[in-house]
Write a protein that binds this ligand. Structure first.
Ligand code: SF4
Ligand code: SF4
Ligand code: FES
Length: 939
């Protein structure tokens, strides 16, 4: 820490930072454009000019750019100096010369950084009367709108898109006085982080194209703190609602998780909430074979009560996409022994392994911010670019950690972005990527390795053995692979913050165990080691903590009865997970889970046919709902509150954004209603979220800290709740004028310390309760600066969420020893592995029209040599039949050639509509369509 003088008053400042960052941290309103806390300084816009003085006697001083000037002890600067003020005013005036001044029709209006800075500098009168420079706009695809005339040439967009996120199809294109920011021609932006341009650009050049479809002014949005539900990372979001529909998602800064950014799946996947396929009323099938019909809540619950009181035996199937509380409520309703995790046996085992590894070993699960700081990384088996996009973005920053030292030696501060990049050139820290197919991170990888999952695991085991010879050796390793293992081991051993990244993406437990062995053996070298697992869904880890056998076990129990028979035989079989099945079930309650997404359709068909009664609690009309006797409408993340546990083991609370129409309510409330109507409620019913969270924390020790994920519902600041509506919210009385001129009382919220109104505490609430970032004079997202003690660092009071898992210093578990044998190609059979797609592989986001437009189409990936052997070329129709499919069902798929695939391995896109529910890896036969294969249902 050091002392600086701003306008003759002393302040304590952070040594080494730049003056702009420090002035903002100290609460001064100093305008800027090109600087960004995550991107650093380039001094491009000249907007942050201040006066700097040599010493106390210096009365003249000189104009400097605050963002390019380091804090030094005793520095004397002036923000208020008339010359500095005039300089800043003239900068904004010339930046506005070509700006169209179209704020009234600009989507950015009302939360525009350029508007804020223009007002802040006092530029209120337009003197320029000449012609303005104009540009053609581009069609950049369904996500981002382009309006180039509003550009002020700050270069933030290219710096984010190219330098930070690694995109290559977007740039600054210049000719004389024309600097154009876009693609070389119209076309869809290729980066899965393109939506961040909307927030990074300080003006309205890039705006949210999906918001345009149902535009509303930003100050009219009702918002609440939320968490993304489209992968397992738990990025923090701010969804905005108006007139009962969700209008957009913005980033919610969390210094430990997503920082300033989101991926496009997370930003644009929200529109499933508005889908016409939503279930908004209970649905009831009064007799078998009859159609599902809308019913009132009371009738639906009475019907369920009748089902459950007729001696029928019930089981519950939970869900990794439902909150901790909803899973726990179902578990309470049916009893822990009758509660099944809503995932396949394969996923259940993988999740259990991950939990065990993180809880029983010395390797710590890092936050995304900590991933950025890693200085040597091994990625084993996970295509993070498609399964956990923000993790990939963090890894892209991590390769700068080691080279940063070059700049440090040259005394270049880390925030001086261009100078650091000049010093570092193409130097990158060690990043080794071992996956089944190519990844978008390969351009920054030190070495890559492509193989079948088992061989990836073998590489991991070999790395572990090279680090610690007491780990199991790998037999028959080719020399080249052994050399790679030793190289990786050496890089990890010599790093200060080594990190191993793996996950469930290739569906192989040996890969996860190999990653654990590497991390654990590294910990013997004395470094704190970090081990990060990607998990597929927003609450995969939370659901795993609640437990329950796989749904295959449930299938066996229900399947052991006689289909639709009132006298279902007792089942005595032992299930494959070892759960004693000394009971049978004939009624199934399925929580937020389309089973057809998780198991072969034929198996699910048999299961649902065998069940005498099926009750579904979900928000989307899907194939499982279509087979139900009763469907209860559940709230989505925007219509419910709850807790999700991300891949780090961080429990985070999401809050209801708006009160939905119809009978939609949280799934846990439906479970509570069923318990109440059937009289099976033990103890007091849960009246609010806090009560069920407390029950859950008491019943499951691992989840005990979720109580502290956010303040309870009775939390108040000065006796007031936190308003979900901004104080500028308009039309509150007019929006219902066609119904009544009397303004109704806002809905009560028993679950959160947030209100559905404009009234309440307008200051800064605890970080987990911040519904939007706004401060006087700061209407754009840049207002987040005002919520941090030090700009760019955690939110004041700490970032939201609580960690549930911490490493144990001494490893409790033995090294894993199940080293797979080397992959051997089979004659006429292929090991089919899952290939994930950021757009398409997630069940919910693909229901959003903009994401559906970008989603991958079904295909079969083959090595070109394999394809040639089969007489297949790119685009030819192939026929894939998995060996376990005994009914002859196969898939007709166009061939894509992927030279990086190991011979004998084929790739199938995971989770795409038409291909969902296929559990991979699995062996299959591939032929040219129409040759010697029985025709099955097309995908
Ligand atoms: S498009 Fe936006 S971010 Fe890019 S240079 Fe122009 S104003 Fe800056
Ligand atoms: S990385 Fe995952 S959690 Fe984050 S925004 Fe994207 S889909 Fe959502
Ligand atoms: S913010 Fe300092 S020059 Fe742009």
């Amino acid at each position: 820490m050091t002392t600086i003088h701003i306008d003759s008053r002393p302040y304590i400042a952070q040594d080494g930072d730049n003056l702009l960052q420090q002035c903002l941290s100290l609460g001064f309103n100093l305008p800027y454009f090109c600087w960004h806390p995550a991107l650093g300084s380039v001094g491009a816009c000249r907007q942050c000019a201040i006066k700097q003085f040599k010493n106390e006697d210096d009365q003249r001083g000189k104009i400097v750019m605050a963002c390019m000037t380091p804090v030094t002890d005793g520095a004397r600067i002036s923000i208020d100096d008339p010359e500095a003020r005039e300089f800043r005013a003239s900068v904004v005036e010339w930046l506005m010369v070509n700006h169209p001044h179209d704020c009234p029709v600009c989507d950015e209006g009302g939360e525009c950084h350029l508007q804020d800075m223009t007002v802040m500098t006092g530029h209120a009168y337009r003197r320029y009367r000449g012609r303005k420079r104009t540009f053609h706009n581009q069609n950049l695809g369904p996500l981002v709108n382009h309006e180039m005339n509003r550009c002020i040439q700050c270069y933030r967009c290219t710096r984010f898109y190219r330098d930070y996120a690694g995109g290559r199809d977007f740039d600054a294109l210049a000719l004389r006085n024309q600097v154009y920011f876009g693609r070389h021609e119209d076309g869809i932006l290729e980066s899965e982080f393109s939506g961040n341009l909307v927030e990074v650009c300080p003006t309205g050049v890039f705006t949210d194209k999906t918001l345009k479809q149902h535009y509303t002014r930003k100050w009219d949005l009702q918002t609440a703190p939320s968490v993304c539900v489209h992968c397992g990372l738990g990025c923090n979001t701010i969804p905005g609602e108006r007139y009962g529909t969700l209008r957009r998602i913005r980033n919610r800064f969390n210094g430990a998780v997503n920082g300033y950014f989101l991926c496009d799946r997370g930003r644009y996947g929200y529109e499933f909430v508005n889908s016409k396929h939503r279930i908004r009323q209970p649905l009831l099938r009064k007799a078998r074979g009859a159609a599902l019909q809308s019913a009132i809540k009371h009738d639906a619950l009475q019907h369920i009560a009748a089902l459950l009181s007729n001696g029928n035996r019930v089981i519950g199937i939970g869900s990794p996409r439902a909150s901790v509380e909803s899973n726990f409520a179902l578990r309470t309703l049916v009893g822990p022994e009758r509660f099944y995790a809503g995932v396949s046996e394969q996923d259940n085992r993988l999740l259990a392994s991950i939990l065990d590894i993180l809880r029983q070993g010395p390797a710590r699960s890092p936050s995304l911010h900590e991933v950025e700081l890693a200085d040597a990384v091994l990625v084993l088996g996970e295509d993070v670019c498609n399964t956990a996009p923000l993790l990939a973005l963090a890894l892209r920053q991590s390769v700068r950690s080691q080279p940063q030292k070059i700049a440090e030696k040259m005394h270049i501060p880390h925030w001086n972005d261009n100078a650091v990049r000049e010093a570092v050139q193409q130097e990158r820290g060690p990043l080794f990527i071992a996956t089944v197919a190519g990844t978008k991170l390969d351009d920054v990888a030190t070495r890559t390795f492509r193989a079948a999952p088992g061989d990836l695991a073998r590489l991991g085991f070999a790395v572990a053995h090279a680090l610690d010879s007491s780990t199991p050796p790998v037999q028959d390793m080719p020399d080249a692979l052994q050399e790679l293992a030793v190289t990786i081991a050496e890089a990890l051993k010599t790093a200060e913050r080594p990190m191993i990244i793996s996950g469930m993406g290739c569906g192989d437990r040996a890969v996860i165990e190999a990653a654990a062995n590497v991390a654990w053996s590294l910990s013997n070298t004395g470094h704190p080691v970090e081990l990060c697992f990607a998990v597929p869904e927003c609450n995969s880890l939370g659901a795993a903590m609640i437990g329950g056998a796989s749904f295959e076990s449930a299938f066996e129990i229900v399947g052991s009865g006689t289909a639709h028979n009132d006298n279902v035989a007792e089942a005595t079989a032992e299930t494959s997970t070892g759960v004693a099945a000394d009971f049978y079930a004939d009624t199934v309650i399925i929580l937020e889970n389309d089973l057809y997404q998780r198991a072969d359709a034929a198996v699910v068909d048999r299961f649902l046919a065998a069940a005498k009664h099926v009750v579904v609690i979900d928000h989307m009309d899907n194939a499982t709902c279509a087979r139900a006797d009763v469907v209860l409408p559940a709230g989505t993340f925007a219509e419910a509150d709850g807790t999700l546990v991300n891949n780090e083991g961080r429990a985070q609370r999401f809050f209801q954004v708006f009160v939905p129409k119809g009978d939609i309510q949280e799934s846990w409330r439906w479970a509570q209603d069923i318990m109440t109507i059937t009289g099976s409620c033990k103890g007091q019913p849960w009246m609010n979220l806090d009560q069920i969270t407390a029950s859950c924390a008491a019943a499951i020790p691992l989840l005990q800290p979720i109580l502290h994920a956010a303040p309870p519902a009775d939390f108040r600041v000065g006796g007031q709740k936190i308003p979900r509506q901004p104080h500028r919210y308009s039309g509150r009385t007019a929006m219902r004028a066609d119904i009544s001129v009397h303004e109704p009382k806002p809905p009560e919220d028993p679950d959160a310390p947030l209100s559905f109104s404009m009234e309440g505490y307008l200051g800064h609430p605890p970080s987990a309760l911040i519904p939007r970032f706004w401060a006087p004079g700061w209407n754009s997202g840049q207002a987040v600066n005002k919520f941090q003690d030090e700009v760019g660092l955690p939110l004041a009071g700490g970032d939201p969420g609580v960690r549930l898992i911490e490493p144990v210093p001494a490893r409790k578990a033995e090294y894993f020893s199940n080293v797979p044998t080397a992959f051997t190609r089979r004659a006429d059979e292929w090991l089919v592995v899952p290939l994930h797609h950021v757009f398409g592989s997630d069940e919910l986001s693909v229901l959003a029209p903009a994401i559906a437009e970008l989603a991958a189409r079904p295909y079969l990936a083959l090595n070109p040599a394999d394809a040639a052997e089969l007489g297949l070329a790119a685009g030819n129709e192939s026929r894939l039949q998995l060996l376990r499919a005994t009914d002859g069902t196969g898939y007709s798929l166009p061939v894509q050639l992927k030279p990086e695939l190991q011979r004998g391995v084929a790739g199938l896109p995971a989770g795409l509509p038409g291909l969902a529910g296929i559990i991979l890896p699995a062996w299959g036969k591939v032929t040219r369509l129409g040759i010697g294969m029985k025709q099955g249902a097309p995908p």
